[in-house]
Write a protein that binds this ligand. Structure first.
Ligand code: NDP
Length: 404
């Protein structure tokens, strides 16, 4: 019996809100609030037509903590799911502390003016959440999110000690555009154009963007070029799995995407600082976002699959072990069910499940937490029920050969 307040009405919100409306035993009331109310109303209309569930819609500026506190109190929300942008994480966390309700998000805080991806400022709010007698659950998307839960499940059930993790993120979807991003273009392009970084033998090693590439055979997708990126779950997993000797993150990109990105970068379109254009100040990457297709509109035209998972190496009963835990998701099936493509789906479903874990008190504590801080099993069970089933493959510990 919970009233969930969902903030943000983009592609991820479309899926998270639809999934909450499919789980009305947990989410007895849903309020969807965002900057542009018409986007909330479009999601509400979809839910009414598909599921015959009514949800409330509200206009809100998530940068205005006071307004959010007032809204939480007015509607008597029990928990807040932030699927707006990473820029809003801190103001929304502060609102939850003031109102004394749990906070859930899918991406770590970023300041619009600095491409820094770190949990520092969010972890620093641990004592605020403890004093307010409530909790924050950080990074409940797919990566971060499900990837952390896969690692936690392996640590809790499959290994005595974990030594190496490679997180492998493949989107083999085709939307037919020469260039488009599958989630918010500004956030996506900041992430993939940043320096690469991985952790080995106790220290971080920096690489140039896209410097390290390897080919991986993704089950049900095929062999894809996979590039090393820095990704935020590396930071919390290094902290929470102290036996780790190495952790890396790889994402697939096609040559066309990389060529477009390089050109945009070369002409300054990925700049995040202000420039003056005809007497008007603009931020080039924000202007580019205006020109690119809205990710929420890609659903109808995207075909193909995603495959995201973790290859984990360590020991069990004194013997070396290597497992591959992954999920495969089909863009067209996601669209049929929720009106959104698989990148929004693989983020929105875990956002709902994380909220469900908190709403039902299955994951319950005081303070600020990452996904791997809790028992992974109930979350893994829900993934199977809510549309993101996973597989575990046993691999030869000394090669990439599948054993069973
Ligand atoms: P979109 O850009 O499609 O949607 C963002 C929504 O937030 C829009 O409706 C936007 O409003 C709203 N918004 C932005 N600023 C404010 C504000 N100040 N006040 C109120 N509402 C605001 O993004 P996505 O749906 O693609 O992504 C949502 C989140 O999911 C992002 O944080 C992204 O980083 C994260 N993500 C996480 C992944 C994971 O696996 N962990 C993967 C993919 C995404 P408006 O419509 O007016 O612009």
């Amino acid at each position: 019996m919970s009233h969930i307040l969902i903030i943000g009405a983009g592609g991820v919100s479309q899926v998270a809100t639809v999934k909450c409306a499919m789980n009305t035993k947990t989410f007895t009331k849903i309020t969807l609030a965002s900057r542009t109310k018409s986007k909330c109303e479009a999601i509400a209309k979809f839910i009414k037509e598909r599921l015959n569930v009514d949800i409330n819609t509200v206009k809100i500026d998530a940068d205005d903590t006071k307004a959010v506190v007032n809204l939480i109190k007015d509607i008597k929300a029990d928990l807040l799911l932030n699927v707006a942008l990473p820029y809003q994480d801190l103001t929304l966390m502060d609102a939850c502390v003031e109102a004394g309700i749990p906070y859930i998000d899918t991406a770590n805080y970023e300041h619009p003016d600095t491409a820094k991806f770190e949990y520092k400022l969010q972890w620093a709010k641990d004592s605020d959440f403890k004093s307010a007698n409530t909790m924050a659950l950080l990074g409940s998307g797919f990566d971060p999110g499900v990837t952390n839960v896969f690692c936690a499940y392996a640590k809790q059930n499959l290994f005595d000690e974990i030594y190496e993790i490679d997180i492998l993120d493949c989107n083999a979807g085709d939307h037919g555009y020469a260039f488009a991003t599958n989630f918010n273009p500004e956030i996506n392009l900041r992430e993939v154009s940043a320096k690469g970084r991985y952790w080995e033998n106790g220290k971080w090693i920096e690489t140039d963007p896209m410097e390290i590439m390897f080919k991986w055979d993704y089950p049900k997708v095929g062999v894809k070029d996979s590039y090393l990126l820095y990704h935020e779950e590396l930071e919390s997993l290094v902290k929470n799995i102290p036996t780790l000797k190495r952790i890396r993150f790889f994402m697939t990109f096609g040559q066309s995407y990389l060529t477009h990105m390089k050109c945009l970068e070369n002409v300054g379109m990925l700049r995040i600082d202000e420039v003056e254009h005809n007497g008007v100040k603009i931020v080039p990457i924000q202007f580019l976002k205006t020109l690119l297709p809205d990710p929420a509109s890609l659903g109808e035209r995207t075909k193909g699959k995603t495959n995201i998972g973790c290859v984990i190496t360590g020991i069990k009963d004194d013997k070396p072990r290597k497992v591959y835990i992954y999920n495969v998701c089909d863009h067209e099936e996601c669209y049929k069910e929720t009106g959104a493509q698989a990148v929004s789906y693989t983020t929105g479903v875990p956002a709902m499940i994380g909220s469900m874990m908190v709403a039902n008190g299955i994951w319950s504590s005081k303070g600020v937490f990452n996904m791997e801080d809790f028992d992974a099993k109930p979350f893994m069970d829900e993934l199977n029920k809510q549309g993101l089933p996973w597989e575990i493959i046993e691999m030869d510990p000394n090669s990439n050969r599948i054993v069973k």
